[in-house]
Each structure stands twice: as C-alpha cells, then as structure tokens.
Design a protein around this ligand. Structure first.
Ligand code: F6R
Length: 608
C-alpha cells in the first residue's frame, strides 16, 4: 500500500523515479508525486490520478532536473485522493519533503500540537505531520532529527525525506512498512519493493524496523535508533527482471495465470527428493511435531482461502485439528494458542499488516510460527520461526493467481511433510500424492489450453448482476476464491456458498438468469451437487459446472460444463481454481475494466 522510491547518483533523477513508480503502481494508484533536489532547491510535482498524468505533467521526466529525489504512488488512507493530499508533502518552510507509506496513528494529537506551535496544514493526510515535525525538531543533523520524530510518532511508516540543506544526501527510515535499499555503483536507491530498482541493481539491504538510512551517491550508512552504525548484509536478487514485466501479455494477471505451471513446478520439484518431501530449511523437531495439539492457519483474502483448503488437507493427512482464522480477527478473538500450537501464516507479500500482527500475537502466546511466503526477506519471512518460500516470482497484478496456486502447493507439501515425519502415511499413498503433485504443472498447462472455451462462456455472462459459486468440501474452499476473484476485478456482486447451505436462506436470491458456478469435483459428493444444481435450475439459474473428466452425466443438468483432468482429490483445488481465474479475467476484460489495478484495491495491504 503506497509505493516509495528514492534515488541519489549522477543520472537525471525524474525519469528514474517515474520508472520506479511505474513498477510500484500496483501498491496504490490514486495519485502520484515526486520531489527533486534541483538547482533551485526542493521542487515538488504531484497529481491526483494515475502515474501517467504525473508523467505527462513532467514531460516524461524532462521537466524537473536534478540527481536526487523521492517519489510516491498513493493508496489513500487519510483524506480523499486529490492533488493536495498526494505525496510528497512539504514542511512549512519548504525545507523538507516527505513521502510516506503507512499510518501515523497519533497524527491528530501531533497535528493539534504542531498547529499550536504555528504550523499550518494544507492537506488532510497523516503524513503532513511528519514533514512539519521534522522541521520542528531539526537542528542541523537530519539523523538526530529523524530519531526525535520516531520517538514522537506512533504507527507504521516507511519514510523518504529530502532536506534542502543537504543537496547530496537524503534519509529514509522504516517501522512496520517495507523499505529496501538498492546499492549501485555511484548511485543508491530506496524502494518499497525490489521491482522498482531491479533494472539498476540486484544488490539490496532489507531494512529492519527502526533502522535509519542515510544515502549519498557513493555511500550508504544504516543507523539504529541510538545512532549507532549497523552492519547490514547484502542480499543479491536472483530473479530475472523480465519476471516483473508484462513480456508481451496485455495484462500482468493473464501472464501470471499462464505462469502457474512454472511457478508450481519451481515451488514443488526441488522439494521432492527420492520419493519424499524434503524441506531443507525447516527446523521442526520430531519431538515438537509429535506434540502438536492444534494447527492454526492465519491469513487474509486469497491466502485465507488457501487456509480453508489447508484445513481439509492437513486434517485428512495428519488428523491434527486445524482452525483457520482471518488474520484481522485472530488477535481479537482471544485465540487459544500455546507451545503445542503450530501457527501457519500465509502471505504473498509477507508484509500484510493484519497477518504480521496475528503472527506476533501467536508468538506472544507461546505458539510456534511457520510462514508460507512469496516475498523473500519480507517482514513475515524474517520474523517467523520457519519459512517455506513459494517460488512464484514477483506477482504484480493486484488479484492474486500464481501466488495463490503456489501457496496451495506449499500447504500440500507441509501436510505431506508432517504426515511423513510422523509416519502417518503409508509409503504407497505418499508415492501417489507425490506423483499427483509432480503431475500438476502438466495438467494445469492442459487446462490453460482450454482458455478459448472459458472466454466464450464469459462472453455470454459478463453483464450479469450477480454470480453464485457453489461447492462442497474442497470445492467449497475453491468457490470462496472463485467468488473473490470475480468480484474484485469485475465488480459483479458474487457470493460463495457451501452448496448444502444455500437452501437455508440464500436460495431466495436465485431468479431467472442468475449465474451459478457449480463446482462438482469432489467424487463422493458429486450426486449431492447434481441435486443442488437441479434446485437452482428449477428457479431459473444458468449453471456453469466444473467437473472431473468423464463425469459427462452432468451435461444433462448444467448449461455449460468445464472439465478438469482427473487427479488425486486432495490436490484438485489447484486445477479447479484455474478456470475460475480465467473466467474472472475474461469477464473483466470484456467489461473493459482495469484488470491489473481494480478500483479501491492495492496489493500488499500494509495498513490494518
Ligand atoms: C485477492 C488478493 C488478496 C490477498 C490478501 C493477502 O486477489 O490478492 O485478497 O490475498 O490481501 O495478501 P498477502 O498474501 O500479500 O498477505
């Protein structure tokens, strides 16, 4: 949420900032701005709307000359999207410019205090208090000033700060919001995320909470809040820059859907050795595993939906009770966690504020945390007791696809791993599951080849007002994801229901022409799903069914049938989700919507 980029070096900074912001626009896109150290001092240009508006305003970057600057792309929290509320914000005298990602929780108190001291506020943002506070405390040393500001503000922040007194250096600091430092030759960067700087350098520092960084073209110094210099280790990014680009596809979402076979193979194959699941970096002892009483899965949005699948799969394989909790509720539900509770947190970004908070609460209560994360070096990855990375590569589209799919596979592997370590699974069964995992990429490839059929179905129903997704057991878990995908990128009202539950009230909403997507891949429940399809058909629904190959009897009941290849039942969610992703994608595309950046949303929800 909100993207920050900063640069100091020898190149013209404005085009670099615009390029960096274009890679961060997925984090927020309601306004954008830059502050550049020009020969006249700090100059700010900012505008409501997409980055392209700012870019036009800046002549693609030619309009502001300088070799140091900071930029921002915003997802509004305090104050509507407007030119004035856009970042950067200037201090009263214009001596400081600030960009901010996060929320200053005590900003009202600080605003009142600063107003009494004679500061005038131009915007409704929480960020402007930082700009004025910096000016209020500044006595010539910017690092000292930042430390004083840190002691006053509560909340989360990643900040980039320019000071007019310092034409060759700038500072940045983070607490609970992500910020990395990019290390170049004769140039250095800050950014909210790696893609923003990857075309310039692969060497980065991941800043820890409360670390302050001072950057010049030739030097980067990191300090702790006691102003002691900190030695950081350099992390070298090993993924290809093209991984974060569209590569000829019209949308990131489509590219990421198509990348799923590769992403799953990268996540799974290196962890299968000699017919067993090998999780090299995981340090769960036999003693601990034997004593687990309960597993919690905690996550948000689509990652939570992975957890719902996870509950079925882990309980089936290990018989350890699993509770799935939405991360934003976990802390407030007085959760029952102790040293015999394994808390699995799932997150693509590794920076989701609610998930981080839930993970910390779980730790505080004595639980052991196990993270399934995509973003290397992210807060969750750093803080969890164990990390299982999903090797999906950078996911740029706001609506997740390949990260969800790799998270599912991470959950399958974790279940198998625990079952195998506790000798709960017969070798023949283990071999069958592993074979199913190995075969998934090829099966998904096959499903993706069928995209024309799904595009055709989408073309018939993209004007629907309401779409229901029904399923039972694992299909219900996937229905949740199918429904979220559709609503977030097509703005069509949609609900997911456990098929048996529909007749307890919601069936009242089914009328002539209502679209119902019926997931019917759980063999033991197939006949029950057929009955549910009949029930909605009798009330006028149009039914799009998803069934396993060979179950052709469904063609008598449904209006359209999409077949998925036969597979081991426990990995079936990985197949079923693919047509649902494609359906949402095509519906959104036919409606002419901004698929990669749906309204009101942002990737990486770093505020609570
Ligand atoms: C939906 C979507 C979100 C995320 C959720 C958690 O398509 O992408 O629901 O799944 O915001 O994000 P992470 O996984 O980064 O914690």
């Amino acid at each position: 949420m909100c993207g920050i980029v900063g640069y100091v070096g020898k190149q013209q900074v404005t085009p670099l900032l615009l390029e960096g912001l274009s890679k961060l626009e997925y984090r927020g896109y309601d306004s954008a701005g830059v502050a550049v150290m020009t020969e006249h001092g700090i100059e700010v240009k900012k505008s409501k709307g997409r980055l392209s508006i700012l870019s036009d305003m800046l002549d693609g970057g030619d309009a502001l000359k300088g070799n140091m600057g900071i930029g921002h792309t915003r997802w509004a929290t305090h104050g509507e999207p407007s030119d004035t509320n856009s970042h950067p914000h200037l201090s009263q005298s214009g001596k400081f410019a600030v960009v901010h990602n996060g929320i200053i929780e005590n900003y009202m108190k600080l605003r009142t205090y600063l107003t009494q001291k004679g500061f005038t506020f131009l915007s409704e943002t929480d960020t402007e208090v930082i700009a004025h506070l910096v000016e209020y405390y500044y006595e010539g040393d910017i690092v000292d000033t930042v430390i004083k500001v840190m002691n006053k503000v509560e909340g989360s922040y990643a900040l980039g700060i320019l000071c007019a007194d310092q034409p060759d250096s700038f500072v940045a600091v983070r607490k609970e919001s992500p910020l990395i430092v990019g290390l170049g030759e004769g140039e250095n960067f800050i950014a909210s995320d790696i893609p923003a700087i990857l075309s310039h350098t692969r060497k980065v520092y991941f800043l820890e909470n409360n670390e302050i960084v001072m950057l010049t073209a030739d030097q980067v110094k990191v300090f702790n809040p006691d102003k002691e210099e900190v030695t950081k280790s350099v992390y070298t990014v090993d993924w290809d820059i093209h991984a974060a680009e569209k590569g000829g596809y019209e949308h990131f979402m489509f590219k990421e859907i198509m990348e799923q076979p590769r992403a799953i193979a990268d996540t799974v194959k290196p962890r299968i050795k000699d017919g067993t699941i090998v999780l090299d970096d995981i340090s769960l002892s036999d003693e601990y595993l034997k004593n687990i009483q309960k597993i919690y899965i905690v996550a948000c949005g689509s990652a939570y939906h992975v957890g719902v699948v996870g509950k079925y799969v882990i309980e089936e394989m290990t018989r350890i009770p699993v509770e799935v909790s939405v991360a934003s509720e976990f802390r407030y539900a007085n959760p029952i966690v102790n040293e015999r509770t394994l808390v699995v947190v799932i997150s693509q970004s590794g920076e989701t504020a609610d998930t981080i908070a839930a993970m910390r609460e779980a730790k505080r209560l004595g639980g052991r945390t196990f993270a399934i994360v995509n973003a290397v070096g992210s807060a969750i990855a750093r803080e969890a007791d164990d990390v299982l990375y999903t090797w999906a590569g950078p996911e740029i589209a706001v609506a997740t696809t390949k990260a969800y799919s790799t998270q599912l596979n991470a959950i399958y592997m974790l279940s198998l791993y625990v079952a195998q370590r506790l000798s709960l699974i017969e070798p023949v069964k283990l071999a069958a599951y592993i074979k199913a995992l190995e075969e998934l990429p090829e099966k998904i490839e096959k499903l993706l080849e069928n995209k024309g059929e799904i595009q055709y179905i989408a073309s018939k129903y993209y004007n629907s007002k309401s779409v229901f997704f029904l399923g039972r057991s694992l299909d219900y878990a996937v229905a949740l994801e199918g429904s979220l995908k559709l609503k977030e990128i097509s703005y069509i009202h949609s609900e997911a229901y456990a098929a048996g539950e529909l007749k307890h009230g919601t069936i009242a909403l089914i009328e002539e022409g209502t679209v119902v997507v019926a997931l019917c891949t759980v063999k033991s429940l197939f006949d029950k799903m057929l009955s549910n399809i009949k029930e909605v058909k009798a009330r006028g629904a149009v039914v799009i069914a998803i069934a396993e190959e060979g179950h052709t009897e469904i063609e008598h009941e449904a209006d359209h049938v999409i077949y998925v290849p036969k597979s081991n039942p426990l990995v079936m969610p990985s197949e079923v989700v693919v047509p649902l992703q494609l359906f949402s994608y095509y519906v959104s595309s036919l409606k002419g919507l901004d698929i990669d950046k749906p309204r009101n949303l942002a990737k990486s929800v770093t505020v609570e």
